[in-house]
Structures are given as structure tokens and as C-alpha cells.
Design a protein. Sequence first.
Length: 202
Amino acid sequence: MDPPQRGGRASKAMGIWDELMRQPGFSPLQAVFGAVMYFAWTAAYATIIYRGFKDRTYGVPWPCIVLNVAWEAIFSFELTDAKLHWFFLYGNRFWLVFDVFILYQLARHGREAQVVPWLKRWFYPLFALSAVAAFGAIYTFTLYFHDLKGVASSMSMNLVMSIAFPVFHLSRPGREGLSTSAAWLKMVGTLAGSIFLATWWP
């Protein structure tokens, strides 16, 4: 669906709101939870990227980075039959930009951050392999389980992140690339997103 035509700002906003309310099963309360999810996660991304550049490292566990980029790419460019509303489609594309920055930080500083010798030695081939494998895994999961809007895969990835982050934190006693603010924002975004998805796609 195309964005609303040009007009006054108020009429544009109302047009977007009316379009969202016409989505099957969508309600004003879900819009509130969706907005909290979106802004909290966006702020978490921005905080992680800032801390990563400041500390010259990456601030998200390696598997989560490649999974996030794969998910955002698939659902930003409609590689499935999801037919997402343009509002969600462009939201995914906006998040993809943040994910690419985090992927760059992994590619740029990931080798130096590895503490396992063989991971450091083979970092770049393993980095490329993990990116391809993540894309294949998300795409296959989407088609096999008919998860065309990415709901089940996104929540599964969020579970992986929730398990991986404490381990990631323990692996960095100096807290390089880690941000308490980002952790709180992720928690708020995850809570709001869980309610949003559970009520829209039960």
C-alpha cells in the first residue's frame, strides 16, 4: 500500500492513523504498545552503536547481529509474501540501517575482540559463513512455518538475544561496548513488543 498523498500535516497524520486502524485486528491500544516498542528498540540500537564506536568494538552478541540483519533484510525488501503495510515496511528498513552499522562494527572490530584463539584466527571466514547461514535459516524458517510476517522468528530471535546477552556481558569484565541504558531500553521494547504481537497475532 502506498503512503498517503501530499497534504497538510494534520491530514497526513490522520490518514496514517486511519490506515493503521483499518489493519485487521488493530486497535489504538496496540498502536500505543507498538510505538513504545519501536521507539525503545530504536533508542537501544542508537545507544549500542554509540557505545560501540566509542569503545571501538561491537555491542551485540555475534549470532544476534547476523540474525537481525538477515531478518530486517528479508522483511524490508518483501522477500516473502508478507505484504506488510508500508508503515511497517519502512520501519523495518529504518531498523536495517541501524543493524548495518552494528554489522560494520562486528566486521571492523570483531576479530580483535575474540578471546578464543581459533575464532580469532578464522574470524573473517566464520563471519561470512555465519551471515549466509543466518539468512538461510530465517528465510527457511519463514517459508517452512508460514511465518510470512516474521512474528514467530522475531520472538524466537529475541529469546536468543535474552539468553546471549548475559553470557556476552560476562565475557567482557571491562564492559567494553556494553550499555546499561541499552539493556533497560531493550527490556522495555521487548515487553511492549511482546504485548503488541501477542494481542495482534495471538
